[in-house]
Ligand binder design. Sequence first.
Ligand SMILES: [Zn+2]
Length: 126
Amino acid sequence: MSEPVDAACPPWCDQPTGHLQVEPAGPGDYHISAFIVIDLPEIAGIREGTAVQVAIEQYVTSTTIYDPLISLAVGDDDPDSEALTLDEADALATALSRAVTAARDAPAHPPSKQGAVPRPPAGEQP
Ligand SMILES: [Zn+2]
């Protein structure tokens, strides 16, 4: 005999109350939060416009409530998505933050021959 799974939504779930449809011996269902979509406009010559969606999802069956996962999807239509554990998502967020910091803190490149406007070094007046 198995205990009925609590069908109540976690606080982050943005689906309607009572949305969870779990068959006793069948497939489970997901609590889902679309959470956030980041639009990525086109960068000419580098990437087409697209979007990154970060969502929270939690699979629930009649016998098991699985740990929530962070779903990372890239693409506008029918995006590829990857589910990450909370620790993996945390590691990814830390890695992204460190990469951004490293790139922002790096000294400016020498001016290219493609017409980039050189900036005066910090502390010097033009
Ligand atoms: Zn829910």
